[in-house]
Structure formats: C-alpha cells, structure tokens
Design a protein around this ligand. Structure first.
Ligand SMILES: [Zn+2]
Length: 491
C-alpha cells in the first residue's frame, strides 16, 4: 500500500514537473521578433484627402440582376487615381481589365524573379435601403470628422487600393526601384463574385508569370486581443479561408387532404432530417492555422490557458471545449452547418407535396465539398430526403505557409511602422471569403491582411452603417505599404 501511494505521488510530481516545464519552455520560445522602427514620411493631409475623395464615387456592386453598376462612377474613380498618383501613372503601366478592373505593372530590375501581387477592390456594398438615417455622416460624402474618414469603402476596401498606391507614390518619390516586378491588381466586383479578380489573374497567368513570391489581399487586421480571447493587440494575417457549400434538402410526398394525413408529412420528414443534422455537428479539430494562432497567442493568455496550451497532450479536449463555447471559436475549429432557408406547403388544409430547406456549410481546410456532402447524407440517413448542391460553392483554400518569407516580410513591415504592447502577429483562418483564394493554389505565400489598427466594432461597420476609418489607422496602412514595397527586395 505504501509503495502504491509513493508511486502515485511520484507520478503526480512527474506530471506537474512535465506540465510546468513545457509551459516555461514553450512560452519562452514564443518571443516577439525585435524589429527596429523605421520613420516613413507621408503626405498625411494629401493622403487623407485622396481617400476621402475616393469614397465620394458611388462604385456600388448590387446583388446580381438587381441593378447595373454605375460604370461612370468607376471610370471617374480611375481618373481620380490618375490625377492623385502622378508618379505611379508615369512610371508604372496601367491597364483596364474586364471592363472596370485595373492592373498596374511596376517592372522590377530583375524580371527573372518571382513577382509580387498586391490586391484590393474598389467596389463597395450598397447602403441597405431604410438605414440611411443611421449614418452619422453620409455614406458617400467622404467626410473627415472626429479623427475619422467616413463612408462606404473606408474599411472595405478602397482603403487597400488607396494605401497601396500612396505607398507606391511615396516610394517612387524617394527614388525606390524594386528588384522584382510588383503588380497591383484591383478588382471592380469583389462584392458580387469577383469576376474582375479572376480576369486579372488570368491576364497575369497568360503572360507566363512565375508563382508569386507574395500575394496580399484584404482579410485580417490589427485588432484588440479580446476578439480571439487574448490580451493586448493581435495582427491577424489570413492564411486560408473556409470552403462554401449550400445543400438543398428536399422531400416529395403524395399530397392530399390534411384530414387524413400519414404519420409524417413532407415537412415533418424534412424537419426530422434537419433535427438529426443539427444534433450531429461536425467534429471540432484543433489543427492548422487555428492551432498555430493559439500557439502564437499563448504568451499573452492567462496562466491556466498557457499551461493548457503548452500541454495539449493532456489538455487538448479542455482547450477545444473552451474555444468552442463561443460561435466564433467553434467556427475556426469545425465545418459549420447553418439551416438558412426553408419552404413547403401552400395551404393550411392541404398536405404538402414538397418541402425543402437549404443548409449552408462553411468547410474547414482538411475537409472537402464531397466529404461534407457524404457526412450530411450519412447523418440524415433517410433516402427519402434528396440532397443536392445549389448556387455558389468553393472548396476550402489551400493553407499558406506562415513560416515562409512572405509572412515574415508582412510582419517585419508592420513592426517597422507600428507597435503596441505585446503585439502578436499571427496567422489565422478566415471564416469568410476573399478574392485571395484564387491565388492560393498557385502561391503558398498568399495572405489576407490590412495593416490598420481598428476597434472590434469595425467588423460590423464594414458592411453595415457608419463605416469609417481612423485617420491614424489609415496612415499606418500607408506607411506599411511603403515598407512592404521596399521589403519585397528581401523576398
Ligand atoms: Zn472586401
């Protein structure tokens, strides 16, 4: 008995030592790289005025078929760029692609090197009718007030287009000539499918370009740590995005009078299928970009979480449970299921001959449209329920390599112009979609990031009311692009 007790105590001591040792060793390993700050001179007043003016062109993408875009507004914005960035338009070539998208080519000194592609889009979503009065400043007024530039596109995504061109104009003024060719690929319809981005890519591929050394598009941002449950500030750099698939479940039945019904109508059978599906969500998996993000954030977390993350061999189920407690946490751990549409029946006293529901799935990397469809069919387990894919769909994007040079150059460029106590720059998996996905199977250095520090509520403003960007945040983005352009020489 005494031997057994001693043995148990020994085991517990060994466990505690191992857990504490891992915590100390692994947390120490996550040191923040030291980067010397660089002063970047910016024409602040000019840059702010140019972005504010860009907002005034109503370059709206309307939901397919509802209204044609105002092409004159797009052309007027093109002209605004020409006037606003004279050196860019003198030294770079500019082409119009797919009618309204723009491709700028800044020829590198060594054209044998893999190029860099900087993306952005200058279309914006409409203002939801009836919400105009919710805006403090008019959505297309381009007003600068309260230390902010207000209006549609200030966050999504005229900011990227304008900041990239400001960076280029400033670097040209300072006499910079890149070693590798840099393309600026600005789409005109990202909000409604991104045909412009695909045409821009097709044009570059047709020219036989090498797989880019870096592709950068919108996506992540600099945010308060609490958005991912951490302390301090985090710069979230998207390395992949989930797939998208809508499945329509339908049940057909004979119909007839509701006074003599079968045990289950078409609607009842469909409801039972939906219930089974919601009762069996996809498994929660901590791997890939989400695992990498948690590891990089580890040092900023409270002790209990730090210990748990440093000892996943023991605490992984607990970590997953904690993260999945919130929908946003669960969304980065699993393929999600959302029943979003339902229809069936025509009259209260008539048995429905058909009932259908649409289930929207966001597929995590590691699964595919085929594997999740098979899972849904298996879970429903009813051959009377037909499952078919409808509408837009896409596989999860390949995961970019956050240990490569592209990520390092993004992190370095950011740290040169921006610092915050304990700032962690980390890869993450986007749960929404961007145009960057079209490049991710060609370049493992495809990232989604906007170097703007923003409050957590910016995420709801981007497609909602009162979209606005802080003046200081915008100037950070401009300085970031200046450094990024120069740092591409190090790729
Ligand atoms: Zn966007």
């Amino acid at each position: 008995m005494k031997k057994l007790t001693l043995g148990l105590v020994g085991l517990v001591v060994a466990l505690v030592v191992a857990v504490a040792g891992n915590t100390a060793r692994l947390t120490r390993g996550a040191a923040i790289p030291a980067v010397a700050p660089v002063v970047v001179a910016v024409d602040s007043a000019g840059a702010i005025a140019r972005l504010a003016s860009a907002v005034r062109f109503p370059t709206v993408s309307y939901e397919e078929g509802t209204r044609v875009p105002d092409s004159a507004a797009f052309r007027a914005l093109h002209e605004h760029l020409r006037v606003g960035f004279p050196l860019v338009h003198e030294r770079l070539t500019r082409e119009t692609i797919a009618g309204l998208s723009l491709l700028y080519t800044w020829r590198g000194a060594d054209t044998s090197l893999a190029p860099v592609v900087l993306m952005g889009h200058f279309d914006v979503v409409p203002v939801v009718p009836g919400t105009e009065s919710h805006w403090t400043q008019p959505p297309f007024g381009g007003v600068v007030a309260d230390d902010h530039i207000w209006g549609r596109g200030t966050l999504d995504d005229k900011v990227s287009v304008m900041a990239a061109l400001e960076g280029a104009e400033g670097a040209l003024r300072a006499g910079f000539q890149p070693k590798r060719t840099i393309y600026f690929a600005f789409g005109h319809d990202e909000e409604v499918g991104g045909s412009g981005a695909r045409a821009l890519k097709a044009a570059l591929i047709a020219r036989g370009i090498k797989p880019p050394a870096l592709v950068l598009d919108e996506g992540g941002a600099i945010l308060p740590g609490e958005v991912v449950g951490a302390r301090g500030t985090v710069a979230l750099v998207g390395v992949s995005e989930k797939g998208f698939l809508s499945l329509q479940l339908s049940v057909r039945a004979v119909g007839g009078h509701s006074s003599t019904p079968p045990p289950h109508t078409a609607i009842g059978r469909l409801a039972a299928a939906i219930t089974r599906l919601e009762a069996s969500p996809f498994p929660l998996v901590l791997e890939g970009p989400t695992l990498e993000m948690m590891m990089r954030l580890r040092g900023t977390l409270p002790l209990a979480q730090r210990v748990a993350l440093s000892n996943l061999w023991l605490f992984e189920p607990l970590v997953i449970k904690g993260m999945a407690a919130k929908p946003a946490g669960a969304a980065v751990l699993r393929t999600t299921i959302a029943v979003t549409l339902v229809s069936g029946g025509v009259k209260a006293n008539v048995l429905p001959i058909e009932a259908s529901a649409t289930v929207n799935l966001r597929i995590r990397p590691g699964e595919s449209m085929a594997s999740v469809t098979a899972y849904v069919e298996r879970t429903i387990a009813d051959t009377g329920v037909t499952v078919r894919a409808v509408g837009f769909r896409t596989e999860p994007s390949p995961v970019s390599d956050a240990k490569g040079l592209g990520f390092a150059v993004i992190e370095r460029s950011l740290r040169e112009v921006y610092s915050a106590p304990g700032l962690v720059v980390t890869p993450y998996m986007g749960t929404g979609g961007t145009d960057a996905r079209i490049w991710s199977n060609i370049s493992t250095q495809t990232f989604r990031f906007l170097a703007v520090p923003m409050p957590a509520d910016a995420l709801s403003r981007a497609h909602g009311s009162n979209e606005r960007l802080s003046v200081g945040g915008y100037l950070t983005a401009v300085r970031f692009y200046d450094r990024l352009l120069r740092n591409t020489d190090a790729l």
